[in-house]
Design a protein around this ligand. Structure first.
Ligand SMILES: [Zn+2]
Length: 259
Protein backbone atom coordinates (compact mmCIF):
# COMPACT_ATOMS: atom_id res chain seq x y z
CA UNK A 1 0.00 0.00 0.00
CA UNK A 2 1.33 3.39 -0.89
CA UNK A 3 1.32 5.42 2.28
CA UNK A 4 0.76 9.06 1.68
CA UNK A 5 1.84 11.97 3.81
CA UNK A 6 -1.76 12.28 4.97
CA UNK A 7 -1.82 8.63 5.99
CA UNK A 8 1.27 9.06 8.12
CA UNK A 9 -0.13 12.16 9.73
CA UNK A 10 -3.26 10.23 10.58
CA UNK A 11 -1.27 7.35 12.00
CA UNK A 12 0.83 9.70 14.09
CA UNK A 13 -2.26 11.43 15.43
CA UNK A 14 -3.81 8.11 16.32
CA UNK A 15 -0.66 7.05 18.11
CA UNK A 16 -0.32 10.16 20.17
CA UNK A 17 -3.90 10.08 21.32
CA UNK A 18 -3.29 6.69 22.82
CA UNK A 19 -0.68 8.23 25.02
CA UNK A 20 -3.16 10.71 26.21
CA UNK A 21 -4.07 10.88 29.78
CA UNK A 22 -7.33 11.80 29.91
CA UNK A 23 -6.13 13.43 26.90
CA UNK A 24 -2.50 13.98 26.59
CA UNK A 25 -0.68 17.12 27.36
CA UNK A 26 1.81 18.86 25.20
CA UNK A 27 4.56 16.46 26.14
CA UNK A 28 2.67 13.66 24.50
CA UNK A 29 2.80 15.01 21.01
CA UNK A 30 6.39 14.63 20.00
CA UNK A 31 6.75 10.90 19.79
CA UNK A 32 5.44 8.24 17.47
CA UNK A 33 4.21 5.16 19.25
CA UNK A 34 2.83 2.07 17.51
CA UNK A 35 -0.90 1.67 17.72
CA UNK A 36 -1.80 -1.02 20.24
CA UNK A 37 -4.21 -3.51 18.76
CA UNK A 38 -6.46 -3.14 21.76
CA UNK A 39 -7.22 0.40 20.69
CA UNK A 40 -8.25 -0.59 17.21
CA UNK A 41 -10.72 -3.08 18.57
CA UNK A 42 -11.98 -1.71 21.83
CA UNK A 43 -13.58 -4.23 24.08
CA UNK A 44 -17.33 -4.03 23.93
CA UNK A 45 -17.90 -6.80 26.38
CA UNK A 46 -20.51 -5.85 28.88
CA UNK A 47 -19.87 -6.64 32.46
CA UNK A 48 -22.36 -8.14 34.81
CA UNK A 49 -22.67 -4.84 36.58
CA UNK A 50 -23.05 -2.59 33.54
CA UNK A 51 -26.53 -1.23 33.08
CA UNK A 52 -28.06 -1.28 29.61
CA UNK A 53 -29.21 2.33 29.93
CA UNK A 54 -26.24 4.54 30.76
CA UNK A 55 -28.41 7.62 30.74
CA UNK A 56 -30.34 6.35 33.70
CA UNK A 57 -29.05 8.28 36.62
CA UNK A 58 -28.39 5.92 39.46
CA UNK A 59 -27.11 6.80 42.86
CA UNK A 60 -23.45 7.68 42.76
CA UNK A 61 -22.75 5.80 45.90
CA UNK A 62 -19.59 3.74 45.85
CA UNK A 63 -19.92 0.02 45.60
CA UNK A 64 -17.14 -0.71 48.00
CA UNK A 65 -15.25 0.72 50.89
CA UNK A 66 -11.96 2.42 50.11
CA UNK A 67 -9.25 -0.04 49.27
CA UNK A 68 -5.80 -0.11 50.81
CA UNK A 69 -4.76 3.11 49.10
CA UNK A 70 -7.92 4.96 50.15
CA UNK A 71 -9.30 4.77 46.63
CA UNK A 72 -13.05 4.23 46.32
CA UNK A 73 -14.40 1.87 43.67
CA UNK A 74 -17.45 3.47 42.06
CA UNK A 75 -20.50 1.86 40.47
CA UNK A 76 -20.17 0.62 36.91
CA UNK A 77 -22.81 1.89 34.49
CA UNK A 78 -23.56 5.21 36.21
CA UNK A 79 -22.49 8.11 33.96
CA UNK A 80 -22.29 10.51 36.91
CA UNK A 81 -19.81 8.77 39.18
CA UNK A 82 -16.79 10.79 40.27
CA UNK A 83 -13.60 9.57 38.62
CA UNK A 84 -10.44 11.19 39.86
CA UNK A 85 -7.37 10.33 41.91
CA UNK A 86 -9.63 9.08 44.71
CA UNK A 87 -12.26 7.22 42.68
CA UNK A 88 -11.93 4.47 40.13
CA UNK A 89 -13.85 1.92 38.10
CA UNK A 90 -13.37 -1.82 38.28
CA UNK A 91 -10.96 -3.25 35.74
CA UNK A 92 -13.70 -5.07 33.84
CA UNK A 93 -16.17 -2.18 33.76
CA UNK A 94 -17.07 -1.36 30.16
CA UNK A 95 -20.07 0.28 28.48
CA UNK A 96 -22.62 -2.26 27.29
CA UNK A 97 -23.65 -0.26 24.27
CA UNK A 98 -20.69 1.32 22.50
CA UNK A 99 -21.41 2.96 19.16
CA UNK A 100 -18.92 4.18 16.55
CA UNK A 101 -18.40 7.90 16.15
CA UNK A 102 -19.30 8.74 12.51
CA UNK A 103 -16.19 8.94 10.35
CA UNK A 104 -17.03 12.47 9.30
CA UNK A 105 -16.37 13.60 12.86
CA UNK A 106 -13.50 11.34 13.86
CA UNK A 107 -9.81 10.99 13.26
CA UNK A 108 -9.46 7.22 13.39
CA UNK A 109 -11.96 4.77 14.84
CA UNK A 110 -13.59 5.75 18.10
CA UNK A 111 -16.60 4.65 20.08
CA UNK A 112 -18.85 6.23 22.65
CA UNK A 113 -21.70 4.96 24.81
CA UNK A 114 -24.99 5.08 22.92
CA UNK A 115 -26.51 7.76 25.14
CA UNK A 116 -23.70 10.19 24.36
CA UNK A 117 -23.62 9.66 20.60
CA UNK A 118 -26.67 11.75 19.64
CA UNK A 119 -25.63 14.78 21.70
CA UNK A 120 -22.05 14.44 20.42
CA UNK A 121 -23.06 14.40 16.77
CA UNK A 122 -25.51 17.26 17.27
CA UNK A 123 -22.80 19.34 18.92
CA UNK A 124 -20.27 18.64 16.17
CA UNK A 125 -22.82 19.41 13.46
CA UNK A 126 -23.67 22.72 15.10
CA UNK A 127 -19.99 23.52 15.55
CA UNK A 128 -19.42 22.84 11.85
CA UNK A 129 -22.38 25.03 10.94
CA UNK A 130 -20.75 27.79 12.97
CA UNK A 131 -17.52 27.32 11.02
CA UNK A 132 -15.63 25.09 13.46
CA UNK A 133 -14.51 21.78 12.05
CA UNK A 134 -13.82 19.69 15.15
CA UNK A 135 -12.93 16.02 15.22
CA UNK A 136 -12.87 13.33 17.87
CA UNK A 137 -9.30 12.28 18.55
CA UNK A 138 -10.06 9.87 21.39
CA UNK A 139 -13.20 8.57 23.07
CA UNK A 140 -13.76 5.23 24.82
CA UNK A 141 -10.62 3.62 26.20
CA UNK A 142 -10.70 0.41 28.17
CA UNK A 143 -8.68 -0.33 31.29
CA UNK A 144 -5.84 -2.04 29.46
CA UNK A 145 -5.36 0.76 26.95
CA UNK A 146 -5.28 3.25 29.80
CA UNK A 147 -2.75 1.11 31.65
CA UNK A 148 -0.48 1.33 28.62
CA UNK A 149 -1.04 5.07 28.25
CA UNK A 150 -0.18 5.78 31.87
CA UNK A 151 2.87 3.53 31.79
CA UNK A 152 4.09 5.27 28.66
CA UNK A 153 3.79 8.65 30.35
CA UNK A 154 5.70 7.43 33.39
CA UNK A 155 8.50 6.10 31.19
CA UNK A 156 8.81 9.37 29.30
CA UNK A 157 8.08 11.94 31.98
CA UNK A 158 8.68 10.26 35.32
CA UNK A 159 5.95 9.43 37.80
CA UNK A 160 5.40 12.89 39.26
CA UNK A 161 4.82 14.62 35.92
CA UNK A 162 2.86 11.66 34.52
CA UNK A 163 0.37 11.95 37.37
CA UNK A 164 -0.41 15.53 36.26
CA UNK A 165 -1.29 14.65 32.68
CA UNK A 166 -2.37 11.02 32.71
CA UNK A 167 -4.92 8.99 34.63
CA UNK A 168 -4.01 5.67 36.17
CA UNK A 169 -5.99 2.72 34.79
CA UNK A 170 -9.47 2.63 36.30
CA UNK A 171 -9.32 6.36 37.04
CA UNK A 172 -9.84 7.65 33.50
CA UNK A 173 -13.15 9.20 32.47
CA UNK A 174 -12.54 7.69 29.06
CA UNK A 175 -13.39 4.25 30.49
CA UNK A 176 -16.98 5.47 30.93
CA UNK A 177 -17.49 5.72 27.17
CA UNK A 178 -18.98 9.19 27.61
CA UNK A 179 -15.79 11.24 27.41
CA UNK A 180 -14.26 12.67 24.27
CA UNK A 181 -11.07 14.50 23.30
CA UNK A 182 -11.46 17.02 20.47
CA UNK A 183 -8.96 18.60 18.14
CA UNK A 184 -8.89 20.58 14.92
CA UNK A 185 -6.64 21.56 12.05
CA UNK A 186 -5.81 24.75 13.93
CA UNK A 187 -3.69 22.70 16.35
CA UNK A 188 -2.60 20.10 13.78
CA UNK A 189 -4.94 17.56 15.36
CA UNK A 190 -2.87 17.45 18.51
CA UNK A 191 -3.98 17.56 22.15
CA UNK A 192 -2.40 20.82 23.22
CA UNK A 193 -3.37 23.71 25.49
CA UNK A 194 -3.40 26.06 22.51
CA UNK A 195 -6.65 24.40 21.42
CA UNK A 196 -8.44 26.35 24.15
CA UNK A 197 -7.52 29.61 22.45
CA UNK A 198 -8.69 28.60 18.98
CA UNK A 199 -12.16 29.63 17.76
CA UNK A 200 -13.27 25.98 17.83
CA UNK A 201 -11.93 25.45 21.33
CA UNK A 202 -13.67 28.60 22.56
CA UNK A 203 -16.91 27.54 20.90
CA UNK A 204 -16.78 24.23 22.77
CA UNK A 205 -16.02 25.88 26.10
CA UNK A 206 -18.98 28.22 25.67
CA UNK A 207 -21.53 25.88 24.14
CA UNK A 208 -20.78 22.29 25.18
CA UNK A 209 -23.10 22.44 28.19
CA UNK A 210 -26.04 23.00 25.85
CA UNK A 211 -25.46 19.47 24.58
CA UNK A 212 -24.82 17.99 28.00
CA UNK A 213 -21.01 18.07 27.92
CA UNK A 214 -18.63 19.60 30.44
CA UNK A 215 -14.93 20.44 30.49
CA UNK A 216 -13.41 18.20 33.15
CA UNK A 217 -10.05 19.90 33.70
CA UNK A 218 -10.30 23.70 33.51
CA UNK A 219 -7.37 26.08 33.55
CA UNK A 220 -6.00 26.83 36.99
CA UNK A 221 -7.87 24.01 38.74
CA UNK A 222 -5.13 21.40 39.04
CA UNK A 223 -5.12 21.62 42.84
CA UNK A 224 -8.75 20.44 42.76
CA UNK A 225 -8.89 18.17 39.72
CA UNK A 226 -5.42 16.68 40.01
CA UNK A 227 -4.77 17.30 36.30
CA UNK A 228 -3.37 20.08 34.20
CA UNK A 229 -5.64 22.18 31.98
CA UNK A 230 -7.11 20.04 29.17
CA UNK A 231 -9.23 22.24 26.90
CA UNK A 232 -9.91 19.26 24.62
CA UNK A 233 -11.38 16.83 27.18
CA UNK A 234 -15.17 16.88 27.62
CA UNK A 235 -17.40 14.47 29.51
CA UNK A 236 -21.08 13.97 28.72
CA UNK A 237 -23.40 14.35 31.73
CA UNK A 238 -26.77 15.01 30.12
CA UNK A 239 -28.21 18.48 29.57
CA UNK A 240 -29.83 18.85 32.96
CA UNK A 241 -26.75 17.91 34.94
CA UNK A 242 -24.47 19.97 32.73
CA UNK A 243 -26.71 23.00 33.37
CA UNK A 244 -26.62 22.33 37.12
CA UNK A 245 -22.85 22.08 37.02
CA UNK A 246 -22.52 25.36 35.14
CA UNK A 247 -24.87 27.12 37.57
CA UNK A 248 -22.93 25.76 40.54
CA UNK A 249 -19.66 27.37 39.53
CA UNK A 250 -17.86 24.26 40.75
CA UNK A 251 -15.39 22.15 38.85
CA UNK A 252 -16.81 18.87 37.61
CA UNK A 253 -14.59 17.10 40.12
CA UNK A 254 -16.10 18.96 43.07
CA UNK A 255 -19.64 18.75 41.69
CA UNK A 256 -19.61 14.97 41.27
CA UNK A 257 -18.00 14.37 44.65
CA UNK A 258 -20.86 16.28 46.30
CA UNK A 259 -23.68 14.39 44.66
ZN1 LIG B 1 -9.29 12.99 27.49
Amino acid sequence: MRRTRAWWRGAAALALLLLAACGGGEGATSEFVPLPSAAATPSIAATATATPEPNVVAAASPTAAPDGDGVIVVACGDPLVPLDKRHRLEEDCAPADLRPVPAAFAWGSHSVAAAALGPLVEMLEDAAAAGHRLVVLSAYRDYEVQRGAFRSHVERLGLEQAERVSARPGHSEHQLGTTVDFASAAVNYELVEAFGDTPGGRWLAERAHEYGFALSYPRGAEAVTGYQYEPWHFRWLGRETAAELRASGLTLTEFLRRR
